[in-house]
Design a protein around this ligand. Structure first.
Ligand code: GUN
Length: 309
């Protein structure tokens, strides 16, 4: 290779790298900010914000997630309360625990890790969390507020996606946003947030017949299906912003495993304007937003206590 072409090669490489949205870095900045805000809140004489995380069963991926949540909670100077319950836990037992956490003044945020074992209805459980402690924003009160465009607690993963979008778009007004996946956890709240940003929003899901064609129309494409590699390079409109929420562990060549997203990253990178990697994209934002939501919940509780005393 001539020196010139190797220079060109390096330039092209740098240009492609500049399209990658640094979720890890943005999450670190947000976490650091939450840490400073917690310190200021406590310095002002307020209680230490506390987050309770409940895990039912021993799904290995969920165990890793909740341990990470506890580590990060300590890192920002908040209290972490972990509740690890056996797989056989009944719905009533879990509801009893939530009722105790709802009235515990040391706890400002409650998160029940999903998925739950089959004997427990996740909708019943998320709705049992007091709305002002529902830091996942998945209960009907916060979901309703979001759909009405009223301030409330916004689910962590879509909130993180929105922050990543805002890192590359000053204004999303009039853009066509396509969300693939219509779950209560990501797809539905994501669509609401994009509507609030004045996007034209299309939601594609498992029964949609022309998902690829819809994706090709998207200025902003958010993919949250859990189907690794679903979105190929030719699904992407040149210059689009692609947010990949998927995270699946697959076998790697070296006999180990690796994490991949719902988007075929190597195919998508040369076509997209901006794209999140997996890992290091949306994942770190989810925890950072959880900490952000917990501090907001503690501040809201303090305001109520402050107003009545
Ligand atoms: N499982 C995977 N992601 C999430 C999340 O954001 N919240 C909860 N509660 N469970 C999850």
């Amino acid at each position: 290779m001539s020196p010139l072409s190797s220079e060109k090669h390096a330039e092209k490489h740098a240009e492609l790298a500049s399209r990658i949205i640094d979720g890890k870095g943005i999450a670190r900045a947000l976490t650091d900010q939450v840490g400073r805000d917690v310190a200021a809140f406590v310095d002002d004489g307020n209680v230490l914000p506390g987050l309770a995380v409940v895990l039912v069963g021993n799904d290995p991926a969920s165990e890793v997630y909740v341990k990470n949540k506890a580590i990060q909670t300590h890192r920002v100077g908040m209290r972490s309360f972990m509740h690890m319950l056996p797989q056989s836990t009944s719905q009533d037992e879990l509801l009893d625990l939530i009722a105790q956490l709802n009235v515990n003044p040391k706890i400002h945020g409650i998160l029940v890790q999903l998925p739950l074992p089959a004997q427990i209805d996740p909708v019943v459980v998320t709705n049992a969390i007091a709305p002002h402690k529902d830091v996942d924003g998945l209960g009907e009160v916060n979901a309703g507020r979001l759909s009405l465009g009223i301030d409330g607690i916004v689910p962590c993963t879509p909130l993180g996606c929105l922050m990543l979008l805002k890192s590359v778009h000053e204004d999303m007004t009039g853009k066509h946003a396509v969300v693939i996946g219509a779950s209560n956890l990501v797809g539905k709240p994501m669509a609401q947030l994009l509507l609030k940003e004045n996007c034209t929003v299309t939601v594609a899901h498992i029964h949609t017949r022309n998902t690829k064609e819809l994706a090709r129309e998207a200025d902003i494409l958010v993919v949250a299906t859990g189907k690794s590699g679903l979105v190929r390079g030719d699904w992407i409109k040149p210059g689009a912003t692609v947010i990949d929420v998927g995270i699946t562990r697959v076998p790697a060549e070296n006999g180990k495993t690796r994490l991949v997203g719902d988007v075929a990253f190597d195919e998508a990178l040369p076509i997209a304007g901006h794209i999140t990697p997996v890992p290091g994209g949306v994942g770190p934002m989810t925890i950072a937003c959880l900490l952000h939501n917990t501090l907001q919940a503690a501040k809201a509780t303090h305001a109520i206590v402050g107003a009545s005393s």
